[in-house]
Design a protein around this ligand. Structure first.
Ligand code: UDP
Ligand code: MG
Length: 347
């Protein structure tokens, strides 16, 4: 059976399995990835799968390579985004285009072994809706990265309203009803693993050892990780806003105490010169106010950006054996501009 991924939505056949892979400058691993991934898929579902390789604005030969793979393998679907959108939006694009009854998300770098697909499928057969990979050992990651990651999950779980499992990445297998829910979530700041937990249903871990990158280097310098962490916290919690007002109350009490002390000193006739203490209080209060304003500003900025409701991603081109070179920004399945409008057409 030759898949026709770009038929109008209603006519396109739904494979049993879709695999979504975000690829950013992954030319060194792509061939290895495709070989191992398609072997793992074939073992589980025979021919009935699709691999969606999303090129997230790579600057190396990732896209030409994806085109070659798509030409060679009828089950590979290449998606070329118009620019670098970031991993979470690249995955979002893949999830929206995917049609499988079950969808696996996996990084391109083979840190997460595709061979675990069998174990994940088994858990879904037993009734789970989401099987998320949980790392028990991580090879090739620095102590600093592991430490900050542990700290981040602790903080996130203190702040967020629903539990977000520790030590997970985006490596997971989900049923169609979960993916449909994800696709219906319009937010721009996407912390996908948190959004998946939020959906609910039966979610079970699958523990595994995380390998080092097969080749190439990490696309997440600390700076980007910090941004992802802030996105995660602000998307799932408004506690920082509350902390800000608690700080205000605290500062109020401290100020009152200081005032009492000053008045008492005045009665005692011991009015002090007091320049240093005045300046100190002013500086502390000033910086506290700025921090609080900054937290408010961050939420406000997010509100502003979300309110524009721009499409989450823009597709330049799609490649498979059956079709190639579609118009930029148009959903190949519906003819609707890609992004939010496509959601309505899909549901
Ligand atoms: N990635 C992406 N866009 C980006 C950065 C990364 O699509 O802007 C992809 C990358 O190609 C890989 C996955 O996201 O498939 C995870 O990246 P990486 O392995 O570098 O992160 P790490 O495992 O080091 O946290
Ligand atoms: Mg990696």
């Amino acid at each position: 059976m030759l898949m026709e991924p770009f038929l109008p939505f209603a006519e396109r056949t739904c494979p049993r399995l879709s695999v979504v892979v975000p690829c950013y400058n992954e030319e060194d691993v792509l061939l290895m990835l495709e070989a191992r991934l398609s072997a793992a898929c074939a073992e589980q579902v025979g021919d009935d799968y699709e691999i969606i390789l999303v090129n997230d604005g790579s600057t190396d030969r990732t896209w030409p390579l994806i085109c070659v793979l798509a030409e060679r393998n009828p089950r590979v679907l290449g998606v070329d985004l118009s620019r670098n959108h970031g991993q979470q939006l690249a995955v979002t694009a893949g999830l929206q285009i995917s049609r499988g009854d079950r969808v696996m998300m996996i990084d391109a770098d083979l840190q997460d072994p595709p061979e675990l697909l069998g174990a994940m499928m088994a858990k879904i057969d037993e009734g789970a809706d989401v099987v998320y990979g949980q790392r028990v050992v991580r090879h090739g990651e620095s102590v600093v990265k592991r430490g900050t990651s542990a700290l981040f999950y602790k903080l996130l779980n203190r702040l967020a309203e629903q539990e977000i499992p520790v030590d997970t990445g985006d490596f997971r297998l989900m049923t169609r009803r979960v993916v449909d829910q994800l696709n219906a979530m319009p937010e721009r700041f996407r912390f996908i693993r948190g959004m998946v937990s939020w959906v609910g249903f039966e979610q079970v871990p699958l523990q595994y050892e995380r390998d080092a990158r097969a080749a190439g280097e990490t696309k997440y310098p600390m700076r980007h990780l910090a941004r992802l962490a802030i996105d995660a916290i602000t998307s799932f919690s408004t506690v920082p806003l509350r902390i800000a007002s608690h700080l205000g109350v605290l500062a109020g009490f401290a100020g009152l105490a200081l005032l009492c002390w000053a008045i008492w000193r005045w009665f005692e006739n011991g009015v002090i010169v007091g320049w240093t203490s005045t300046i100190a209080v002013m500086l502390i209060m000033g910086s506290m106010q700025l921090i609080i304003l900054g937290v408010f500003g961050d939420y406000l900025g997010r509100l502003y950006i979300e309110s524009k409701r721009r499409p989450l991603f823009i597709v330049r081109e799609l490649r498979s054996q059956t079709r190639q070179g579609r118009q930029a920004g148009i959903d190949p399945m519906t003819g609707v501009p890609l992004g939010l409008a496509a959601l309505d057409a899909h549901h």
